[in-house]
Design a binder for this molecule. Sequence first.
Ligand code: GUN
Length: 287
Amino acid sequence: MTKIIDGKKLSAAVVESLAEETRDFAAEFDLVPGLAVVLVGEDPASQVYVRNKVRQATAAGMRSIEHRLPADAAQEQLNSLIETLNQDPEIHGILVQLPLPAHLSEPEIIQLIAAEKDVDGFHPLNVGALASGTGELIPCTPLGCMLMLQQVHGDLSGLHAVVIGRSNIVGKPMAQLLLQANCTITVVHSRTRDIEAVCREADIVIAAVGRPEMVKSSWIKPGATVIDVGINAVEREGKRKLVGDVDFQSVSSVAGSISPVPGGVGPMTIACLLKNTLKAARLQQPH
Ligand code: GUN
């Protein structure tokens, strides 16, 4: 029987235990962890993500503030907001929702966020720390995937994991985390020859490419674990629908365990953002 990895249920358990840790932290330091979420423009998917992030942070007992800038905001305007948030002692975590409108520089913004408030783990200092095994603030989506994999497998030592996609947000940090968990890793991408054959060797497949239902059942070794990071809006029979990068219907008849979309990785990403916010608040206290 294929196991469906329930990200909603697992994330609810993570958020519940975080709410308790947040209460203890607030009592110890007389301080509520604060998260600032910055959204530039009106992208509907980003608006939904940001709303969910703010709502969940509040549910976990944190203070959460949303900052919105218009789609035509100048780089200086965004930079100046980040500098203000960097200085604000009540803000412990800063997240700028990506992608930014094309005229704004993502690398410039990512480097401007104070590394100790970078709850996305995208700042070069945090990227380097992750690569060298000393990472504290780790990108939320890969971290959420690791919690799901640990729930299925416990110890991941020696398993062959194939990561489809090489983005800075998911593919690259995912490979680092799997390596630290003693997996053998292969990262495949648009230039890889015969992706299907490489994936068929895998005990674990992580799909993070942003192509609706690209991964088919013929790509999957029977019994393998499949984690679907994609969230793609498609039209099916005249209706708008969210699907992952994995063809859930066919793959779920071959995989041993599979995460659904929606209700899989999405809620885990948010739970890990809150984990990072509490961690950032803790790291910023004198000790
Ligand atoms: N856009 C898609 N995923 C993410 C994420 O994890 N963090 C940010 N900041 N933007 C995103």
